[in-house]
Design a binder for this molecule. Structure first.
Ligand code: KMT
Ligand code: NI
Length: 179
C-alpha cells in the first residue's frame, strides 16, 4: 500500500524521507478527505490495461503523455526540479501514474501541515484542483511517469500565495465540508 507520513521541519535535502520522529503515518482515508485519490495498478501493463482504461473513462482523463525525470534525460533539469518543489496549485487536477522509479508528492493537510506521499512503480494519484502541493525526486533521482489530463493540458503552476483563484476557493469549501 502507498506510504504517506507527516514531514519533519528539517531543512536538509528534500530528497530524504523527512519522517517525523516518532512517525506519524497517514492513511488513504485521510488522503481522501483532502480530495486526493489513489489507485494501485500494474505498471508493466500500462500500454494495455483495462483497469487504467476504466479510470480514464470514468474520470474523463482523455489526454496523456510519459515523462522521464532524471539529470540526463530532462532538458532544463535543475530549473524544473526547483519549480516542482515550489509550493503551488493548479486550476485543474494533477494526475500522475508512476511507471518506473519513485518520488515524493507533498500535500498540505487541513491544518497546513505537509504530508509526504511516497510514490513508486504502479502508484497512480490525483491531486485535486486548488490543493497546495510540491514534488521532489527521492534519493534514487529517477522517475518515469504518465501524466494525464481532462482535455487539453494546462501545466501552469500558481505559486503560493494563490488564494484568490476560484479553484482554490472551491477547494477550501470542499475541505470545510469534509472536516
Ligand atoms: C509535476 O508537475 O510536478 C511533475 O510533472 C513532476 C512530477 S511527475 C512524477
Ligand atoms: Ni503541481
Amino acid at each position: 500500500m502507498v506510504q504517506a507520513w507527516y514531514m519533519d521541519e528539517s531543512p536538509e535535502d528534500p530528497r530524504r524521507p523527512h519522517r517525523t520522529e516518532p512517525a506519524r503515518p497517514v492513511g488513504l482515508e485521510q488522503l481522501r478527505r483532502l480530495g486526493v485519490l489513489y489507485w494501485k495498478l500494474d505498471a508493466d501493463k500500462h500500454e494495455n490495461d483495462p483497469e487504467l482504461e476504466a479510470i480514464r473513462r470514468d474520470r474523463g482523463y482523455s489526454w496523456m503523455d510519459i515523462v522521464t525525470i532524471c539529470k540526463d534525460q530532462l532538458p532544463g533539469y535543475e530549473d524544473k526540479i526547483k519549480m516542482f518543489y515550489e509550493e503551488h496549485l493548479h486550476l485543474d487536477e494533477e494526475i500522475r501514474y508512476i511507471l518506473d522509479g519513485s518520488g515524493y508528492f507533498d500535500v498540505r493537510d487541513q491544518e497546513d501541515k505537509w504530508i509526504r506521499i511516497s510514490m513508486e512503480k504502479g502508484d497512480m494519484i490525483t491531486l485535486p484542483a486548488g490543493i497546495y502541493h510540491r514534488f521532489t525526486l527521492d534519493e534514487k533521482n529517477y522517475v518515469k511517469a504518465m501524466r494525464l489530463f481532462v482535455g487539453e493540458p494546462v501545466w501552469t503552476a500558481h505559486n503560493r500565495p494563490a488564494d484568490h483563484f476560484e479553484a482554490r476557493e472551491r477547494y477550501v469549501k470542499f475541505l470545510a465540508q469534509t472536516a
